[in-house]
Design a protein around this ligand. Structure first.
Ligand code: BDR
Ligand code: CA
Length: 304
């Protein structure tokens, strides 16, 4: 069991991941960030979801905008949690970035950061306090797309949502000396849950929040279901043997038509300019045993 700071722009799949993390890890705190919803709504959503699911964790308020400007999107309902519940919770909360910095300093080499939204809080924390970089046990990111088996972007043909929302933050984080594991669309698109399976989890809150998401996928793709995306970042902690990783320096394209694209160093051929020169190798998951992850997720969520 790891001690986690769970960094989220909490929408529907984030909520599934949080339910899974709460049952498998020790949650030190939930830090919120803009992304699927504005950050104030993310604070309210995290509190609402924790209240409904009896998850005990303090919620912190993080960054409200990317390091440099970008654009909006919505699939998780207006409120990010399927518009399923009235939400009277406050959007005021202590600062997420300071919480990350203080926690990592207080527990060096003990804290795993799980980041399943834009990387703005993490980038801001390491900009403000670079001394924490070697003290973080590990940073697990759901984000990016490297084109394995045709799994490219989900916002643009090149770019995955979390990275595209703040490509500058992502480039800083991926090129830093943090020990990063990236869980991209290459693997998250392979681990699906159908509407029927959601019902079988027998978790009324999860069923309620994913209703619009499932209706959208049925209308658009003729399949009522969704990728478990953010849950895969937690699954890396519970079932690392289910993932195939490759090591490579990584970058993010921060402008132009491919803005938000994640790229890895593929060739050892000498080039005149090397955007990867001197960068540490990060770990990227390009393969997953989807059945193993699904089975563990179902068993965990249906356990009494
Ligand atoms: C990611 O985008 C968000 O909408 C999901 O919550 C997930 O973190 C998938 O690209
Ligand atoms: Ca997310």
């Amino acid at each position: 069991m790891r001690t986690l700071i769970f960094d989220t722009d909490i929408g529907v799949d984030d909520a599934f991941a949080l339910a899974y993390a709460a049952r498998t890890q020790h949650l030190l705190g939930i830090t919120t960030v803009f992304g699927n919803v504005p950050v104030g709504q993310a604070v309210k959503n995290a509190r609402l979801f924790c209240g409904k699911m009896a998850i005990e964790a303090e919620v912190y308020r993080g960054c409200s905008r990317p390091l440099a400007p970008s654009a909006p999107a919505a699939l998780h309902g207006q409120d990010g949690l399927g518009d399923a519940f009235e939400n009277e919770y406050s959007d005021r909360a202590p600062g997420a970035v300071q919480f990350i910095i203080d926690s990592v300093r207080a527990q060096p080499h003990q804290i795993t950061l799980v980041a399943i939204g834009p990387l703005t809080n993490i980038a801001t924390a390491i900009n403000q306090a670079p001394d924490i970089i070697p003290l973080v046990k590990e940073l697990v990111i759901m984000g990016g797309a490297f084109g394995t088996d045709g799994h490219s972007g989900n916002v643009t043909p090149f770019s995955e949502f979390n990275i595209w929302k703040d490509p500058h933050a992502a480039d800083q984080v991926l090129t830093s000396a943090l020990k990063v594991v990236v869980i991209p669309l290459d693997v998250t698109h392979k681990v699906l849950i159908s509407g029927e399976e959601v019902q079988r989890l027998n978790q009324p809150v999860l069923s309620a929040i994913c209703r619009p998401y499932l209706a959208y996928s049925l209308a658009k793709e003729g399949f009522s279901g969704m990728a478990l995306h953010d849950t895969l970042a937690v699954a890396w902690l519970t079932l690392p043997q289910a993932f195939t990783l490759t090591d490579s320096p990584l970058r993010v394209i921060t402008e132009g038509i491919a803005c938000g694209q994640t790229v890895r160093k593929l060739s050892a051929l000498a080039s005149r300019q090397d955007p990867f020169a001197g960068l540490p190798a990060q770990r990227v998951a390009l393969g997953v045993d989807a059945d193993a992850v699904r089975a563990h997720f179902f068993a965990t969520l249906t356990a009494p």
